[in-house]
Write a protein that binds this ligand. Sequence first.
Ligand code: HEM
Length: 261
Amino acid sequence: MAKTMQGSPAQRAQQALTNLNDSVQGSQAWNSIFRPGSIFRKGYSDSPRNRSYVIMNSVLYHLHPVKVKRHAVKVSYTLCLGGLSFFIFILLTVTGIFLMFFYRPTAVNAWDDIYALQTSVTFGLLVRNMHRWGAHLMVLSVFLHMARVFYHGAYKAPREFNWVIGVILLTLTLLLSFTGYLLPWDQLALWAVTVGTNMMGYTPVLGGQVRFVLLGGAEIGTDTLLRWYVLHVLFFPFIIVIFMAIHFWRVRKDGGISGPL
Ligand code: HEM
C-alpha cells in the first residue's frame, strides 16, 4: 500500500521512488526471477543462511562454492596458475575464432592468408601474436600449475583422480600446441611436423600406419593441413573443455583447494 505523501518536494519524490521500488520488488514477476535469498529480493537480510541461498539460487554464482577456505583465496598459495591456464584458454578461443575468419587450411592458401592477415587486416598482426604467445604461455602456465600442485602434495588422496585428469589436460594442451604449429604452413612448421611425424613412424609394429594416419597420406601436404586444422580448431578444444569441466567439478567435490600441510 502506497504511503501518503507529506513533506517537502524532495522528500515526496524520494517517497515516490521508495514506493515504486517496493511495488516492483514485491511484484510476482520480480519474485519469480529473483529466488528466495536473492539480494535483489525485498526483505533480504544478511544472514549465513541467506548468503548460502544467494550462491545456490543464482545461475552465475552457483559456479562458486558456498563457502571458500581462507587459504584457498590466498594468491600466494595457488599463484592462481590453474585459473590463469583457464583464462589463457579462453583468450586463445576468442583470438582463434578471429583468425578463423581469415584463414583457409589448404596448401595453396594457408601461408598467403597468414601473410595477408598480418599486413592487410586491422589488428591482424596483434591478434595473431596474441594467439601465438598465448599458446606458449598456456603450456608454461599449465606446467607451472602442475609443479605447484606437486610441491604442495595436492596430488595425494582424495585428489589422485584429479591429478590424472590433470595429466590428460597437460597432454591435450601439448597436442593443441603442436597441431597449431603446422597451420602457418611456413618452413618452420613444415619441417617441425616432418620431424615429429617421422619420429611417430618409428612406433613399434604400427609405425607406418601411425604415420599415414597423422599425415593423411604418404607425405606431408594439403591433406595433413586439413586434418590438423580440424583437430586444432574442433576436436581437441571440444575434448579439453569436457576434461576441464570434470577437473573443476573434482576440485569442488574434493573439498576445494587443498590446505597447507
Ligand atoms: C588446461 C590445464 C589445466 C587447467 C585449466 C587447470 C585448472 C585448475 C584450477 C583452476 C584449479 C584450482 C586451483 C588453482 O588454480 O591452482 C586446479 C586445481 C588442481 N589441478 Fe589443475 N588445471 C590444469 C592442468 C592440471 C595438470 C596438468 C595437473 C597435474 C598433472 C593438475 C592437477 C590439479 C590438482 C591436483 C588440483 C587440486 C589442487 C589443490 O587442491 O591444491 N591440473 N586446476
